[in-house]
Design a protein around this ligand. Structure first.
Ligand code: ASN
Length: 300
């Protein structure tokens, strides 16, 4: 039902996203889909990826891309300042995610990274993005939104910024859905214990310079990102603490050791989740013509 309207809106979201980031001086890179390294996606207590897809080609083991975070850092080490990629990601989610409404095992994120940026730069960039996108869609896709019976919420700026500690205090350990239902506009959730590449506060153990953006109305997580650790010693300690296979990360570690990785910040937001939010759909799978719902057989 309503595939034409939904995909028309998604197509406009894609056009708007490419224009927005290009106009801000970002270079669009093409996606990488196979690599010896990919985002380990952990440790993250909320991750439910059951395995990383892998193929063998010419005697080398290559992983299916879970996110291009490490490639984004490497791209900046090669002299680029601001980049983005429409990046297809494969995350083989546990079938229990079938009904979460927001999980797919294959999706596309708009993934970006900025040299010498801080969290606040990403907040500003994305708040402007969402507010302009919503104005644009109200103008260009009003007919489709009406057919979908969707009234878009106001994007009042700035979005609230909440520490995860406050969110846990107010909504409990599993705060995301409850807080998402409570708020009427998107909000930032700051400081999450997760992957080694996100910057830890050197002065305060257990604090991180990373963030999620969460949609209101129960639509849940929209975006995740952070400032990045780039120094060899810090990265090595975290890679060891997280018990990651150092051999796999050889090239990345070599760059860090040579001082080539730079301080950066960035994030990625799922295109299908954004389309689901804009269209007000129950399940993100409704956005896909070729559905990739965790635990469901793929037909085509
Ligand atoms: N794109 C995210 C980032 O930039 C990483 C992810 O998708 N897990 O941090």
């Amino acid at each position: 039902m309503h595939e034409k309207e939904i995909l028309g809106i998604e197509s406009e979201i894609l056009r708007f996203g490419v224009d927005y980031f290009q106009d801000k001086g970002f270079t669009q890179l093409l996606p990488v889909m196979l690599s010896p390294i990919t985002d380990p996606l952990g440790p993250d207590p909320n991750s439910s990826v059951i395995k990383t897809g892998e193929i063998e080609y010419c005697g080398q083991k290559l992983q299916l891309m879970q996110s291009m975070i490490l490639h984004k850092q490497i791209a900046i080490s090669k002299g680029l300042d601001k980049i983005f990629i429409l990046s297809p990601n494969i995350r083989l989610e546990h079938p229990k995610r079938m009904k979460s409404g927001k999980h797919l095992f294959e999706f596309t994120q708009l993934d970006f990274e900025i040299k010498d940026a801080k969290m606040t730069d990403v907040f500003e960039l994305m708040e402007e993005y969402y507010s302009k996108l919503f104005i644009h869609l109200k103008k260009t896709k009003s007919k489709e939104l009406k057919i979908l019976k969707r009234v878009l919420p106001e994007m009042k700026l700035p979005f609230p910024k909440l520490h995860t500690r406050e969110l846990i205090e107010k909504f409990g350990e599993y705060w995301e859905l409850k807080a998402s239902k409570y708020y009427k506009i998107p909000f930032w959730a700051i400081s999450h214990k997760r992957e080694f590449y996100d910057k830890s506060d050197p002065k305060k153990s257990g604090e991180y310079f990373n963030y999620d953006l969460v949609y209101p109305e129960g639509f849940g997580e929209a975006l995740s990102g952070g400032e990045r650790d780039h120094e060899y010693k810090i990265l090595m300690k975290k890679i060891k603490d997280h018990k990651l296979d150092q051999k796999k990360y050889e090239y990345y570690i070599k760059l860090a050791k040579a001082g080539k990785l730079k301080p950066t910040a960035g994030a990625g937001f799922g295109i299908e989740r954004l389309t689901r939010f804009v269209c007000g759909l129950k399940h993100v799978g409704e956005v896909q013509l070729f559905k990739r719902i965790p635990g469901k057989r793929v037909e085509v």
